[in-house]
Design a protein around this ligand. Structure first.
Ligand code: GLU
Length: 450
């Protein structure tokens, strides 16, 4: 039995029932065979066994009182996965689907994503099975305060720096920062994604979406094309999707769809972005309301989605930007995209395509940017926020945006050169996984058995 296979089997035994985590691990380990064969030191150093086991996992009770006076109890998590390259860095997700498997898959992905940025940040992730949807500001504040009453002792600007993810935006970061400051008496850059009024960075809000579009453009440029005139399917309607759509318009492309937990909007003439911002960011309501303003658009409620996938990927387009959540793009969805002429996929979400869908994209040799490369702009800009906080500076929008573009370009070049080095030209999954792995593995070896 080979080393990789045995590691996965052992993992399934020691960490039972963590399907999404196995999926993330298997996807990375599958790519590593050539690099492990060429360097027996990695095996001698038990690098793979060490990497798949988080350095530390914290699980805690989060009790809080809702507006009716009822006591609610949620489960909180922080997985401090790997600190070889720097303090643990990664978002917090508040969503009812959150469990140990989801947080571990996200934390594992984060290690390689953060390594690929070339910046000094380790990998971590956290969250809670709390659903902020439909909750009042007061309820969200009380939940965030209770969450931090435990988490504050584990985080700090040089140890572990959380940020946002699904369900955690500027409002939640504000409440968590406030409680951290109250408990510790320290005003420091312990979170990223902060408000621009008190330590946040320009471009952070836009960075994940913008970055996924920059990455798509670099992939196309390498093939002699550009995004100009491209018709693009986008899923999601949160921060990532909204700013991916904004950048697509700025680059002369046309986003023709978006989606939320209630359904999918398809608008052949181009999505009305100011309206989506108003519905999702200001009114915090469902996308269904979009068709009240645009009866010519098409709305498919979740109940009418195909049984083997998502309505959004069944339309025809040049490019797809999955910007919602994990496993939102199935094998049948991938077949449909390819059959309809889609030749570019850039992932704004974490692990949005199933393993089978990824294999189809690679076999078809389309331009495919896996999440850990294409969506790294968010965390990279978080590191730029940390740099500004540490030096007590605020950089201009242009300065941060330029650095973001440069980082996305470096990630593309690194992933693409590494794929070439291992004889898999154009396969950015292999390229990103090997490049991220080597950086972390070599740092771990130099730091000894810790
Ligand atoms: N949650 C984002 C991600 O998946 C951002 C993490 C961060 O900024 O630390 O990369």
């Amino acid at each position: 039995m080979n080393y990789i296979h045995k590691t996965v089997l052992d993992l399934k035994h020691s960490s039972p029932a963590q399907t999404e985590f196995y999926q993330a691990v298997e996807e990375v380990l599958d790519s590593l065979e050539p690099v492990l064969e060429g360097n027996s030191n990695y095996q001698r150093q038990a690098i793979i066994q060490r990497m798949v086991e988080p350095e530390r996992q914290i699980m805690f009770r989060v009790p809080w009182v809702d507006d009716e006076g009822n006591i609610q109890v949620n489960k909180g998590y922080r997985v401090e996965f790997n600190s070889a390259l720097g303090p643990y860095k990664g978002g917090l997700r508040f969503h009812p689907t959150v469990n140990a498997s989801i947080i571990k898959f996200l934390g594992f992905e984060q290690i390689f994503k953060n390594a690929l940025t070339g910046l000094p940040i380790g990998g971590g992730k956290g969250g809670a099975n709390f659903d902020p949807k439909g909750r009042s500001d007061g309820e969200v504040m009380r939940f965030c305060q209770s969450f931090i009453n435990e988490l504050y002792r584990h985080i700090g600007p040089t140890t572990d720096v959380p940020a946002g993810d699904i369900g955690v935006g500027a409002r939640e970061i504000g409440y968590m920062f406030g409680q951290y400051k109250r408990l510790t008496g320290r005003y420091e850059g312990v979170f990223t994604g902060k408000s621009l009024l008190w330590g946040g960075s320009l471009v952070r809000k836009e960075a994940t979406g913008y970055g996924a579009v920059y990455f798509a453009d670099y992939m196309l440029n390498a093939r002699g094309h550009s995004l100009q005139g491209y018709r693009c399917l986008v899923s999601g309607a949160g921060n990532v999707a909204i700013y991916a759509m904004e950048k697509l318009y700025q680059m002369g492309a046309i986003p023709i769809s978006c989606s939320d937990s209630s359904g999918t909007i398809y608008h052949a003439t181009g999505v009305d972005l100011p309206l989506v911002k108003q519905l999702k960011q200001q009114q915090r309501t469902h996308l269904e309301r979009y068709i009240e303003v645009h009866p010519d658009a098409n709305y498919t409620p979740v109940a009418d989605y195909p049984s083997d996938g998502h309505a959004v990927w069944r339309y025809s387009a040049d490019a797809a930007f999955p910007c919602a959540t994990q496993n939102e793009l199935s094998k049948t969805d991938a077949e449909s995209l390819l059959a309809n002429g889609c030749h570019l996929v850039s992932e704004g979400a974490n692990m949005p395509s199933t393993h089978e869908a990824v294999n189809l994209f690679i076999a078809a040799k389309i331009a495919y940017g896996p999440g850990k490369a294409a969506n790294a702009g968010g965390v990279a800009t978080s590191q730029l926020e940390m740099a500004q906080n540490a030096s007590m500076q605020n950089w201009s929008f242009e300065k941060v945006d330029q650095q973001l573009q440069q980082i996305m370009k470096n990630i593309f070049v690194t992933a693409s050169d590494t794929a070439k080095e291992f004889g898999q030209d154009g396969n950015l999954v292999t390229g990103a996984n090997i490049a991220g792995f080597r950086r972390v593995a070599d740092a771990m070896i130099e730091q000894g058995i810790v």
